[in-house]
Design a protein around this ligand. Sequence first.
Ligand code: GLA
Length: 388
Amino acid sequence: MIDEFRKLFPDLTPRFFRAPGRVNLIGEHTDYNMGFVMPIALDMNCYVAVAGSNDRKTHIHSLDRGEGFDFDPDVAFAKPRKNWTDYVIGVAQQLSMRGVRILPMSMVFHSEVPEGSGLSSSAALEVSAALAFLNGRTYSGVEMAKLCQRAEIDFVGNPCGIMDQYISVFGEANRALELDCRSLSHKPVELPANAALLAVNSMVKHDLATSAYGDRVKECKAAVAGIARLHPEVKALRDAKLEYLENARLDPTVEKRARHIITEDDRVEQFFAAARRGDLDQMGKLFVASHRSMQHDYEISCEEIDFLVDTALTIDGVYGSRMTGGGFGGCTINLVRPDRVDAFTKEIVDRYQARYNKQAPVFNCVPSSGAREVKDLSTIPATNKTSS
Ligand code: GLA
């Protein structure tokens, strides 16, 4: 990335920033219902090298795609181009709407977060872009997470919650965060040292994912409207209790969606408490309960993911397994006894290969720190990608 920057902009001296991807431990689709989530930031980042510009344009270049784009830094009326540049330009537009002057700049991005695997490569790109446009100017972390989410909703067109951007900004080494998506405050919790968190990438992303996400957002709104007829204090599903569903006379699908959210919020709180006391059995049980709720009530799983979860649960040393992220593919997250990590990895990979003829990458998820400037360049992993 550094070489690429020098090649493209030989007269400029860049600064470097990074923003991580994430894995969510529990609390799925609860964020846009104002509830609780418990993600960790990963030791996998989107990096950006940034400096001013020698002309009046902003130049953005993706090392991974081997392509760049130039635009006028006056982004007030910029239009989406329906590709990766929207995440960057959308963030510039949101910053400028909040009074941050967008200057002509030169940027090279390089990401280690695999795309389409539910590990928030897009939030990592948005947050690294925000840091690059700010280029050292101080800015509130919560506001940064919010504006990156807004860029994704308004400019990219994904009606997402705040979780991914928030954890990318606020992640902490060795800790998961329980984030309250209404107050936008969090409590860190150290995870028991005697368990590993392994993500298994199904390498599938079903086309349904984007449209189904929007459908779930609408179904949750419908649930709130129905419940609020009897319980006007319910402004979001976070405020509802399970017993409210008995008399709400919701459409059966809407009722199932609400049941997932209400029970899932409860599982996040229970998981936090279990993690605090190092109760791995209980943490594992909550993983499985969360998965079943996503599978049957929220209906966002898919065959390959259910296979990975069900297979994991037959392997010795596995406390629990569940899908993580938006749904319809991506990764499972597995809580595994440290001395069983190698055996688990081999068995899950072999069985997935035998069933779907696909290689499932497995990675150890180590809770890592959130977005920041990179001063020690030796921490940026080498890549052999260069554009010709
Ligand atoms: C995606 C969204 C998040 C969240 C998760 C599901 O990652 O970007 O806001 O809703 O799905 O928990």
